[in-house]
Design a protein around this ligand. Structure first.
Ligand code: NDP
Length: 336
């Protein structure tokens, strides 16, 4: 497979955010919902996470056009106990639910040491680090996971059952960027496979099986077949855990149920998200930060090691222009 000649256009982050806001308003979102999602998309572009930035906008628009997503959503939050919060996303995008519920989650963890948020009825198509990093910036440990629709074969199988089921953890550091990992439990996120298919790149071994159930390195074949979990049966177990947290614990749908309910308009399915905040000051005591900083220093002193999240944080410091695929830009502008 030869690399296609890829043409890009330069846009500033504020141009990206304004463009997304205008498109979402035109496509039926009110200001609050358009702003929340525009912020999420601009954050992904800022960090160079192209598979979860503007690339996702056609899917978001499709789900507004089909009437699946409520662009006027007004999430409702209920305290089940002082540390358990339930958010009904009102069939809106996850970004809006986050803006309503994360400050309340953080407040509960600061006071009580731990808090848990289950979001139901939201449409999540984005990276998870914005929610966990928000918590870490408030000196809390953040954990989040969500399921999707089946596209990953459990270990031993050749048919899809798990979603790409991402999981993220963010660890606070007051004098440094938080340490954040955010990863699909598939060997590769589906958005990355779609981008490789678009741009004509072969993929490494272990990403997926083709339509015939045989291992393939061709992203187009894998998109007709199934993705594989990372790390064989170990990643498969973690993907199962994500299903249980994001659906079993929130009371929302498992990936296979999400598939049954979805109208396949190209946007995200309705589902749940599990988010937890932990307060190390209360749980570990006041020495926690120095203790963990020593750990990170030791880890970083090993040749070849870098901390997860550091690539994105470096991208954030780059100039304010971002390269956007020209075809994608034309496509999203057609929604105006
Ligand atoms: P990657 O494989 O690119 O990265 C996974 C994690 O590993 C990142 O935190 C990354 O940090 C870290 N990492 C990568 N290389 C190294 C290294 N050499 N040393 C240390 N850490 C490293 O991500 P995925 O492709 O798995 O996922 C991409 C995105 O897709 C995620 O944001 C995820 O939330 C999202 N997603 C969303 C879904 C949804 O339904 N909403 C479904 C599936 C995925 P860094 O960023 O610094 O490189």
């Amino acid at each position: 497979m030869n690399d296609k000649k890829i043409k890009n256009k330069k846009l500033t982050l504020s141009e990206i955010k304004a463009l997304v806001f205008d498109i979402l308003k035109k496509q039926g979102c009110n200001e609050e919902n358009a702003n929340a999602l525009a912020r999420t998309i601009a954050k992904a572009e800022e960090d160079g996470a192209v598979s979860h930035g503007l690339f996702r906008l056609p899917g978001y628009v499709a789900s507004l056009q089909s009437g699946k997503v409520n662009g006027q959503a007004s999430p409702k939050i209920e305290y089940v106990s002082p540390v358990i919060l339930k958010c009904d996303a009102n069939n809106g995008f996850a970004s809006t639910a986050h803006e309503y519920s994360l400050p309340m989650l953080a407040k509960a963890a600061k006071k009580n040491g731990i808090s848990v948020l289950s979001i139901k009825g939201c449409f999540h198509f984005a990276a998870l680090w914005p929610e966990t990093e928000y918590l870490a910036k408030q000196n809390l440990v953040g954990f989040a996971c969500t399921a999707f629709k089946p596209s990953v074969a459990p270990a031993g199988a050749k048919e899809a059952f798990f979603g790409t089921n991402p999981i993220s953890m963010a660890w606070p550091r007051s004098n440094n960027d938080p340490v954040v990992f955010d990863m699909a439990t598939a060997t590769m996120a589906k958005g990355e496979v779609m981008i490789a298919a678009r741009d004509g790149h072969y993929l490494p071994d272990g990403v997926g099986l083709g339509e015939n159930g045989e291992p393939s390195n061709d992203p187009k074949e894998i998109l007709k077949g199934v993705l594989l979990p990372f790390g064989g049966y170990k990643g498969s177990a973690i993907s199962m855990m994500v299903e249980l947290f994001a659906a079993g614990l929130t009371g929302d749908v498992f990936s296979y149920e999400a598939q049954e309910n979805d109208n396949n308009d190209g946007g995200p399915p309705s589902g749940g998200e599990f988010i937890m905040a932990l307060n190390p000051e209360i749980i570990a005591g006041s020495n926690w930060e120095k203790h963990c900083d020593d750990f990170f220093q030791k880890l970083l002193s090993i040749d070849g090691v870098r901390l997860p999240g550091s690539r994105r944080h470096k991208n954030r410091l780059g100039d304010q222009y971002r390269s956007i695929n020209e075809e994608l830009l034309l496509k999203v502008k057609s929604f105006l």
